[in-house]
Design a protein. Structure first.
Length: 460
C-alpha cells in the first residue's frame, strides 16, 4: 500500500505556452432529471447526438436540456466542450412494456430505459404473406418498418437497430397471432418530484467513479454541504474531482457569501450569475452546464481567470467592481464584461471556495480552477502508473520499483508541460512496513493575484 504526503505546490506568475500537449480532463458527471434514464445507473455518452438518443432532449427535463451546453464548443477560443458525460438519474423509474402475440410465440417489447417517455412509443404488427409479418415502430415522428419478417427476424432487427427498444421472443404453445395497430407501450413511470435524499443516494452511487467535473440540477442550498462532504470523501479515497455549483443570482451579496460559508471545499467552485447564450437566457443549471463544458474543454494547466467565453452575450445580475471584488475574495466566481466594444464576457477570477488566511490576517481564496485541476491530474497520473506497474507484475512494488515509476511520471508531466517543475520520492513508512510515504514538490503555472500562491496537497 502506498501512502503519499507532503505535496507542496507553489504557483508562479508565468505565461503558459500554447501547444497541443496532453492535459485534457473532460469527463463531466451530471446528476439530474433526464427524459430517458434508469435510476442509479450510469449512462455514458461521448457526443451530444449519443446523449440525446440515450437521455432524451425534452426541455421539460433539466438534465436533458442542459446536455447541449455541456458539449457545446467555443470555436473562437478553440475550446471543444466536454469529451464525455456520465449521467445519473436519481429517484424511481419504471420501463414501458407491450406484448405482441404471434403464432405459438409472444414478443415482449420494453423501452431501453425508465420514464414516461416510453409510453409514447407506438408499434404495429400485421400479418403478411407466407407466415411472415410486418412490424412498424414510431416515436415522435421517427419511424422504422420491417416487412416480410419472421418473429425471430423482427426480434433480431429490433435488438440490433433500434436504440429505444429491447425485444424478447418467448415460446407460447397454442398462442395465435393478434394484429396490433398503433398500440402504445404502457407502464413507464417516474418520480413526481426528486428529493435531497434521492440526490444524496446518487452521490453515494458514483463515489468510486473516475470523473473530472460534477454538476447537478439541485437548486436547494441544503445539498451544498452534502456535496462538499462527498468531495472530501473522494479525496480521502484518492479519487478527486471538482464540483461546479451555483448560488441563486437573485440573492444579496451577503446572502451569497453566507451560503458558500456552509459548504466550502478546495474542490468546490461556485458561480453566482446566469448567462445568456444564443439569445437565450439560461437557467441556473444551464448556466452551470455551459461553464462546466468550458472547464472540461480547457487543458488542466490553463488558467480560466480572465478567460473570455465567446457565446456569452449577457450576465444576470451585472455586478459592480466592488461586488466582484467582495465575492471573489470570499471564493465566488464572477463574470464580467471584458470588452465593451465587442461585448466580450468572461470569468474574472476562477477562484475555489476554500479560503486561506495570510500572515497579515487577510482571508483570500486558496486556489483556482487550473491549479486544483493540475493537482488532480498529477495525482491521477501517478495513481495510474503505480497501478499499472503493480498489475503487470502481480506483486507488491519494492521501494526501488516505486521510485522508478515516480521518476517516469515526473518525466511525463514535465515533458507535457502540465507543471513547471516537479519532484517525487518514496520512502519506507517507519510505522508500517508494507507502506511507502511519497513526498512531492512542484510548481504549477501562474495564479492570479487574488489567490494565496502556496498550498499543499496529499493523497493516500
Amino acid at each position: 500500500m502506498i501512502e503519499s504526503r507532503k505535496m507542496d505546490i507553489t504557483a508562479e506568475h508565468k505565461q503558459e505556452e500554447t501547444s497541443t500537449i496532453p492535459g485534457m480532463a473532460g469527463t463531466v458527471a451530471i446528476i439530474g432529471n433526464f427524459e430517458r434514464a434508469d435510476p442509479l445507473s450510469i449512462i455514458v455518452a461521448k457526443t451530444l447526438q449519443e446523449a440525446h438518443t440515450k437521455l432524451g432532449d425534452s426541455s421539460l427535463y433539466s438534465g436533458s436540456k442542459g446536455l447541449k451546453y455541456v458539449f457545446k464548443p467555443d470555436l473562437i477560443n478553440n475550446i471543444p466542450g466536454a469529451s464525455k458525460i456520465l449521467a445519473i438519474q436519481p429517484g424511481e423509474r419504471s420501463k414501458s412494456t407491450l406484448t405482441l402475440n404471434f403464432e405459438d410465440k409472444e414478443l415482449i417489447l420494453e423501452s431501453v430505459s425508465g420514464g414516461k417517455w416510453g409510453n409514447d412509443i407506438k408499434v404495429s404488427s400485421t400479418e403478411g404473406s407466407s407466415r411472415d409479418y410486418q412490424f412498424i415502430f414510431e416515436l415522435n415522428g421517427e419511424k422504422k418498418r420491417f416487412d416480410n419478417k419472421t418473429p425471430e427476424e423482427i426480434t433480431d432487427k429490433i435488438n440490433s437497430t433500434n436504440p429505444y427498444l429491447t425485444a424478447t421472443l418467448k415460446p407460447k404453445p397454442s398462442n395465435v397471432f393478434a394484429e396490433s395497430l398503433d398500440k402504445n407501450l404502457t407502464g413507464g413511470t417516474e418520480s413526481a418530484s426528486l428529493t435531497i435524499n434521492d440526490y444524496t443516494e446518487a452521490l453515494e452511487f458514483i463515489i468510486k467513479e473516475d470523473i473530472d467535473i460534477l454538476i447537478s440540477d439541485v437548486a436547494d442550498d441544503s445539498f451544498k454541504p452534502i456535496i462538499s462532504e462527498f468531495l472530501e470523501d473522494k479525496k480521502a479515497k484518492n479519487n478527486r474531482s471538482i464540483n461546479l455549483d451555483s448560488i441563486n443570482p437573485a440573492d444579496s451579496i451577503d446572502s451569497k457569501i453566507a451560503t458558500v460559508e456552509t459548504a466550502r471545499s478546495s474542490d468546490n467552485f461556485y458561480i453566482n450569475q446566469n448567462i445568456q447564450v444564443n439569445d437565450e437566457e439560461l437557467t441556473e443549471f444551464d448556466s452551470k452546464a455551459r461553464i462546466a463544458g468550458i472547464i472540461a474543454g480547457t487543458k488542466v494547466n490553463k488558467s480560466l481567470s480572465k478567460q473570455s467565453i465567446s457565446d456569452i452575450q449577457k450576465v444576470n445580475p451585472v455586478l459592480t467592481d466592488k461586488e466582484v471584488d467582495d465575492l471573489t475574495d470570499k471564493g465566488i466566481i464572477c463574470f464580467e464584461l471584458n470588452n465593451r466594444e465587442t461585448n466580450e464576457y468572461g470569468i474574472y477570477s476562477a477562484v475555489s471556495s476554500c479560503i486561506d488566511t495570510l500572515d497579515n490576517g487577510k482571508k483570500v481564496p486558496e486556489s483556482e480552477f487550473h491549479a486544483v485541476r493540475s493537482e488532480i491530474y498529477v495525482e491521477k497520473h501517478f495513481n495510474k502508473l503505480l497501478k499499472d506497474a503493480q498489475g503487470s507484475t502481480g506483486k507488491a512494488l519494492t521501494l526501488l520499483g516505486v521510485n522508478s515509476v515516480l521518476n517516469q511520471g515526473v518525466a511525463d508531466l514535465l515533458k507535457d508541460n502540465i507543471v513547471i517543475s516537479l519532484s517525487a520520492e518514496a520512502k519506507e513508512d517507519p510505522e508500517e512496513n508494507d507502506k511507502f510515504i511519497i513526498n512531492y514538490n512542484g510548481v504549477v503555472n501562474g495564479i492570479v493575484n487574488k489567490i494565496h500562491n502556496v498550498y499543499a496537497w496529499s493523497m493516500e
